[in-house]
Design a protein around this ligand. Structure first.
Ligand code: CAA
Length: 304
């Protein structure tokens, strides 16, 4: 028999494009109550506005009813700015979707493990960072690794990697830390399925399957531009029309954010020690300049 997720209330940490998208599919498709938190109230407000627009568009297109849209809206509650994760004590699962930074994620998971019940599933939407390292942060310092408390704390950590734009992309990559229990994996898988996603499983290796393949592709496209192999437009058009990709690799890198691409590429490079993952110097310079793509208004393209 397929496992049930048993999630009635979900906490989402981070209301950027990913967190917002996760909140959206959870409220609309999995029909769970969502408690959304971001340290920037402005980010939450712009995210909620965007969610309203998406729901209105789906109603106008006849994909969902007005009642579905209103119910989804009502299911999303904003967590008070001061309480932060303390206001998530009653949730059954948390999905963390903050920026791709190991120590930031470790601090968040340490706090979550201290504030929330040991039965709460702690999922990370990380796109490349080791889940095993994140899970280790939930074990209190000085605790014996073989103790029941240490085992239980880390066993509920799992990787749930959604793709951008979350409402559109049909995949979730499920990643097991060394410490993750089978029950956590089964429930996380069932939850992703309830969100309307197909689930693939990857081992906890740098970049998992998705980004171990995608990031070198984007990095290589930037190296082509760096070497003058072809123009920006010719690189992207070659892949769009020659291989039927919805976006060329340069365009896709800017859609993801060149800073995120660089962070993932660095994780691949340092995590494997393999020179084939060396980030392109041009990619580093673009990030140095703050030319990150769509989110900063400028990258290889301009976004007026
Ligand atoms: N949020 C929600 N919905 C969105 C959206 C967004 N940000 N952007 C577009 N959409 C929806 C549109 O509303 C539209 O929906 P309807 O069919 O209901 O009208 C649909 O997507 C198609 O949009 P458009 O017609 O405006 O544009 P398009 O046909 O060019 O598609 C795209 C846009 C879906 C983004 C498409 O270009 C695409 O699939 N690109 C590749 C995206 C991709 O590879 N994403 C994965 C990135 S890697 C990642 O996320 C993980 C990581 O670890 C880095």
């Amino acid at each position: 028999m397929a496992a049930t997720h048993g999630i009635r209330t979900l906490g989402v940490l981070g209301a950027g494009q990913m967190g917002l998208g996760i909140a959206y599919v959870s409220a609309l498709h999995a029909r769970v109550a969502v408690r959304l938190y971001d340290r920037s109230p402005a980010q939450i407000q712009s995210g909620l506005k965007f969610m309203d627009k998406l729901l209105e568009k789906d109603v106008a297109k006849g994909k969902i009813s007005q009642t579905d849209a209103q119910e989804a809206k009502d299911r999303v509650q904003v967590v008070s700015e001061h309480a932060g994760v303390k206001d998530m004590r009653d949730v059954d699962m948390v999905v963390e979707a903050v920026s791709e930074n190991l120590s930031l994620k470790q601090n968040i998971f340490r706090e979550l493990s201290q504030e929330l019940s040991p039965n709460t599933i702690l999922a990370s939407n990380t796109s490349s960072i080791s889940l095993t390292k994140i899970a280790a942060a939930t074990v209190l310092e000085g605790l014996h690794a073989a103790s029941e408390e240490a085992r239980k704390s880390a066993a509920r950590v799992v990787g749930l990697h959604f793709f951008n734009p979350v409402p559109v992309m049909k995949l979730v990559e499920l990643i097991s830390a060394l410490q993750t229990s089978q029950e956590t994996l089964d429930r996380a898988r069932a939850f992703a399925a309830a969100c309307g996603k197909t689930v693939t499983v990857s081992k906890d290796v740098p970049g998992f399957v998705s980004n171990a393949l995608l990031m070198p592709f984007i990095n290589e496209a930037i190296m082509c531009l760096e070497k003058g192999t072809a123009t920006r437009d010719d690189i992207d058009t070659t892949l769009k029309l020659g291989m039927n990709h919805p976006m060329g690799p340069l365009q896709l890198g800017e859609f993801i954010g060149l800073d995120t691409c660089l962070a993932i590429q660095q994780t691949l490079y340092t995590g494997t020690g393999d020179s084939k993952y060396r980030p392109s110097i041009l990619l580093e310079r673009m990030v140095d300049a703050g030319w990150l793509g769509k989110k900063s208004g400028r990258g290889f393209y301009e976004y007026p």
